[in-house]
Design a protein around this ligand. Structure first.
Ligand code: ATP
Ligand code: MG
Length: 362
């Protein structure tokens, strides 16, 4: 049997990057299958507190993330949806994995090194880097590994920025299995992306008969050389899947682009325009790649191209926004969905934990 698992942090309402890079795949996988596959999607609140959160805000964001997942099309009758902290086995397995995980491997993680650099740059006093950085942030790939392994996930659809962490999860499984016997399942990545300059698709990890749309890495609107992110301080750097027409239009018209005439897809030379092409491609009914769309709009003025993108995004998100507005007001239904999800997720995790506890002698 296949188990698809993925997670999203409740650090705000999901944006276009989350949608194109993760949530849309979650829904497509759920919708094409099938008796033999279990779908488990988690709102990972324990990951969210690796950076400081205000308790009331976190609570609100958890609920908003849940409503957003349902609004994009996650169906609680087919998928298990739950808050990570309601299944203590995630934390328990994390500890067990931490005891065979390598500190050297963790310190080579790109995301950790980025945080380390940021901390060193804004260092006020000599020696304060170590106390600014928290153990939870350093070890969070171990918790992520536990998320995946505790449900015996075979397939994990994630965006590009999580590839390295998934590689680490495989390493954790290998280390555990080496020490205690072959009990944990090695997860595969689901990623299907545009490669080269035509509409040829590449599949990183061959997975028969599961189809997902090509993955887009969506960049920030205010700084198109870094990824679009929920926790970036500038609200106009991202488009939320619940934004109104006015919000979408305002953000896209203000997006940072170059002053060259016309439209072309050149991510290194023209990151802003190329990102808008990626965004347009997410909602293209003919599923054309950013390169193909660049040909179509090659002589269009950048300003009127922005109008086109903003209209396409508005139309593409309209249904999601409408459903979200209904769901966010229905507190009882949301409570019901997570209560049922937690129950099923606890059951799924317990199957692994009883094997793990007995294998380790705990
Ligand atoms: P935060 O800034 O709080 O880390 P985030 O925007 O990075 O938020 P996550 O909850 O960390 O969102 O990630 C959820 C999923 O969305 C992951 O699978 C991740 O790979 C994917 N994702 C995040 N940002 C992008 C992006 N800009 N483009 C494509 N996929 C993305
Ligand atoms: Mg992130």
């Amino acid at each position: 049997p296949r188990v698809v698992f993925s997670g999203i942090q409740p650090t705000g309402i999901p944006h276009l990057g989350n949608y194109a890079g993760a949530l849309r795949q979650w829904v497509q996988l759920q919708d094409q299958e099938s008796e033999n596959t279990k779908f488990i999607y988690s709102i990972v609140d324990l990951h969210a507190i690796t950076t400081p959160q205000k308790p009331d805000e976190l609570k609100q964001w958890k609920r908003e993330s849940l409503a957003a997942l349902l609004a994009v099309g996650i169906d609680p009758r087919r998928s298990i949806v739950f808050y990570q902290s309601s299944v203590p086995a995630h934390s328990e397995l994390m500890w067990i994995l931490a005891c065979t995980a390598s500190v050297g491997y963790l310190s080579r993680m790109t995301q950790w090194k980025q945080k380390l650099n940021i901390a060193s740059e804004c260092q006020l006093e000599e020696g304060s880097v170590g106390s600014r950085l928290k153990l939870g942030l350093f070890s969070y790939p171990v918790l992520q590994a536990a998320d995946v392994l505790v449900h015996r996930a075979s397939h994990v659809p994630v965006g590009h920025d999580q590839q390295q962490h998934l590689e680490f999860a495989r390493e954790c499984a290998t280390n555990f299995n080496h020490a205690y016997g072959a009990h944990l399942v090695h997860p595969k990545t689901i990623i299907r992306e545009y490669i080269g300059s035509n509409d040829d698709f590449g599949i990183r990890t061959p997975i028969n008969y599961l189809f997902v749309a090509p993955v887009h890495r969506i960049m920030s609107l205010s700084d198109p050389t870094s990824k679009m992110s929920k926790s970036h301080k500038l609200a106009r750097s991202r488009i939320l899947i619940t934004d109104t027409y006015e919000e979408i239009r305002g953000k896209i018209l203000a997006a940072l682009t170059d002053s060259a005439p016309g439209i072309s897809y050149e991510p290194a030379k023209r990151p802003g325009i190329s990102n808008l092409l990626s965004i347009l491609s997410i909602f293209d009914p003919d599923q054309r790649s950013p390169e193909q769309l660049a040909q179509v709009y090659s002589t269009t003025h950048p300003r009127s191209f922005k109008e086109t993108v903003s209209d396409a995004v508005t139309a593409g998100l309209q249904g999601i926004r409408t459903r979200y507005m209904e769901l966010i007001d229905d507190g009882r239904y949301l409570d019901q969905v997570v209560a049922e999800g937690s129950r099923k997720a606890r059951q799924s995790a317990e199957e692994t934990m009883s094997i793990v506890r007995s294998a380790t002698g705990l």
